[in-house]
Design a protein around this ligand. Structure first.
Ligand code: GAR
Length: 196
C-alpha cells in the first residue's frame, strides 16, 4: 500500500453535489491517501461554494478570464499541492497548460453514455431533456480522462440506468445523481491510487 498523499482539486460551476460527495468520501476513506485540498469554481454564487466551506475545504473563485493566466492559476494549485484535478459539473474548457501539466490526471464526469449527448452545450438538465425527447430507454454516466476535445478523453467507467416512458428530465436527473453518488468517488480513487 502506498502512503503517498495525493491532494486533488475539485473544479465545479454549479450546485456541487458531486463535489460534496467527493470531499466526504475522501474524508471517510483516508486509506486512499487522497484528499480534496481545494475547490475551484468559476461562479462566485454557485452552491458548491457553501458546500465546500461547510466541509472546511478552501475555495478559490477563478473567473473565465483569469483562467487564461497560467502563473496565477498554477500559483494557486501549487499552493494547495494539487496533483490531480476532478471536474464535477465544471462548465469551462480546461486550458491547455493544465492539460499538459496534469496529463492523464484530470478526470471528468458526464451525465450521459458518451459519445451520446456530449459536446458543447450538453450539460446537466440539457442532457436529460435530450434523452427524454429522443425517447431513449436507457441513459447513464461516463467518467473519463480529459483531453483537449470536449467530452472526448479515454473512458474509465460507465454505468447505465433505465429511462421509463413517464420520466421527466428531472426524474432522469435524480437517477443520474444516484449513479454519480454510487460510483464517482470510487472510480476517482481507483484511477489515482490504483495500488490500494
Ligand atoms: C452532474 O450531473 C454532472 O455529471 C454534470 O453536471 C451535474 C453537476 O451537478 N456535468 C456535466 O454536465 C458536464 N458536461 P452537481 O453540481 O450537483 O455536482
Amino acid at each position: 500500500m502506498s502512503h503517498h498523499e495525493i491532494n486533488i482539486a475539485v473544479f465545479a460551476s454549479g450546485n456541487g453535489t458531486n463535489a460534496e460527495n467527493l470531499i466526504k468520501y475522501f474524508n471517510d476513506n483516508t486509506e486512499s491517501g487522497i484528499r480534496v485540498s481545494l475547490v475551484v469554481t468559476n461562479r462566485a454564487g454557485a452552491g458548491v461554494v457553501e458546500r465546500a466551506k461547510r466541509l472546511g475545504v478552501p475555495v478559490e473563485h477563478i473567473t473565465r478570464d483569469r483562467f487564461s493566466d497560467h502563473d496565477y492559476v498554477m500559483g494557486i494549485l501549487k499552493a494547495h499541492h494539487v496533483e490531480a484535478i476532478v471536474l464535477a459539473g465544471f462548465l469551462l474548457m480546461v486550458p491547455d497548460y493544465l492539460l499538459k501539466y496534469y496529463h492523464d490526471r484530470i478526470i471528468n464526469i458526464h451525465p450521459s453514455l458518451l459519445p451520446r449527448y456530449g459536446g458543447k452545450g450538453m450539460f446537466g438538465i440539457n442532457v436529460h431533456k435530450a434523452v427524454v425527447e429522443a425517447g431513449d430507454t436507457e441513459t447513464g454516466i461516463t467518467i473519463h480522462l480529459v483531453d483537449e476535445i470536449c467530452d472526448n478523453g479515454r473512458i474509465l467507467f460507465q454505468a447505465k440506468v433505465s429511462v421509463d416512458p413517464t420520466d421527466t428530465p428531472e426524474d432522469v436527473e435524480a437517477k443520474i445523481h444516484t449513479l454519480e453518488r454510487e460510483h464517482f468517488s470510487r472510480i476517482v480513487a481507483l484511477t489515482l491510487a490504483p495500488d490500494l
